[in-house]
Design a protein around this ligand. Structure first.
Ligand code: BG6
Ligand code: MG
Length: 217
C-alpha cells in the first residue's frame, strides 16, 4: 500500500493508562504528595525514566540516583501486577475492527510505543502476531516527544514518514508524530490533543472509509 499506520499502545489499543496512573499514584502516596489525573496527562507517552522525573518535579522531591533506580523497579513491579492479569477483554473498543479494516485494505501497521512492557501486553491480549513490527521502549534511545520511535516505525513499514499515519492518545506522542512529519490522529480528549491533525474520542468513531483520503492509486 502507499500508506502505513503506526499505533501507540497504551491508551490507544489497550486501556493500560489507568494502570500506569495507579502505579505512579502509589509512589506519590509513599512520597507524600498528591498526584492527580491531570498530572498524569504529562506522563502519558513518555518513557518510564522520564515519567519518574516529571513525577518528582510535580512533588518537588529530590532523590539520589540509587533511590530513583529503586523506585523505577518498584513502580514497574506494581504495574506488572496489573498487566499480567490482562486479557483480550481489555482491548479498547474499535481497535480490532480497525486492524481488520486495515488488513482488508492491505495497509501495513506497526506498533510505536514507549513501553518496555509492550510485547508482554500484546501477548496478554492476544494481539502480538498482528503487527508487522514492534517498535517499543526497548528499541529506542530517545523518548517521545522525540520522533525516533515513529521514524524507526516508518523504516519498518518501508515508507517515507509523510506516508505514515500515527494513532496517539498522549500529548508527547502527537508532538513526536508532528516532529516526524507524519499524519497525527489524536484519540481521546480533543482539547488535550488539539495539536493533532485529526481527533476522535475513541477508535469506534473512525469512519470505515477514513483511510481512502490518504491512499493514492
Ligand atoms: C507509554 C505510556 O506507552 O509507556 C507511559 O504512555 C509509560 O505512561 C511508558 O511511562 C513506558 O512504559 P513502561 O511499560 O516501559 O514503563
Ligand atoms: Mg499512549
Amino acid at each position: 500500500s502507499t500508506i502505513g499506520v503506526i499505533f501507540d499502545l497504551d491508551g490507544v489499543i489497550v486501556d493500560t493508562a489507568k494502570y500506569h496512573f495507579l502505579a505512579w499514584k502509589d509512589l506519590a502516596d509513599e512520597l507524600g504528595f498528591e498526584f492527580t489525573e491531570a498530572h498524569n496527562e504529562l506522563l502519558k507517552g513518555v518513557s518510564r525514566v522520564r515519567s519518574l522525573e516529571i513525577l518528582l518535579d510535580i512533588g518537588n522531591v529530590k532523590l539520589s540516583e540509587e533511590k530513583k533506580q529503586e523506585y523505577l523497579i518498584s513502580k514497574n513491579e506494581v504495574y506488572l501486577g496489573y498487566i499480567t492479569k490482562m486479557g483480550p477483554d481489555e482491548i479498547l473498543p474499535g481497535a480490532e475492527d480497525l486492524l481488520n479494516n486495515l488488513d482488508a485494505l492491505e495497509v501495513k501497521y506497526v506498533l510505536g510505543s514507549a513501553s518496555k512492557n509492550a510485547p508482554l501486553i500484546l501477548k496478554q491480549v492476544g494481539l502480538l502476531d498482528r503487527f508487522a513490527a514492534i517498535v517499543d521502549g526497548n528499541s529506542v534511545s530517545k523518548a517521545k516527544p522525540d520522533p525516533e520511535v515513529f521514524l524507526i516505525g516508518a523504516e519498518k513499514l518501508g515508507l517515507p514518514p509523510e506516508k505514515c499515519i500515527v494513532f496517539e492518545d498522549a500529548i508527547a506522542g502527537v508532538e513526536a508524530a508532528k516532529a516526524a512529519h507524519m499524519v497525527s490522529i489524536g484519540i481521546g480528549d480533543q482539547e488535550t490533543l488539539s495539536h493533532a491533525n485529526f481527533n476522535f474520542n475513541n477508535l469506534t468513531e473512525i469512519p470505515e472509509d477514513f483511510f481512502a483520503q490518504f491512499i493514492s492509486e
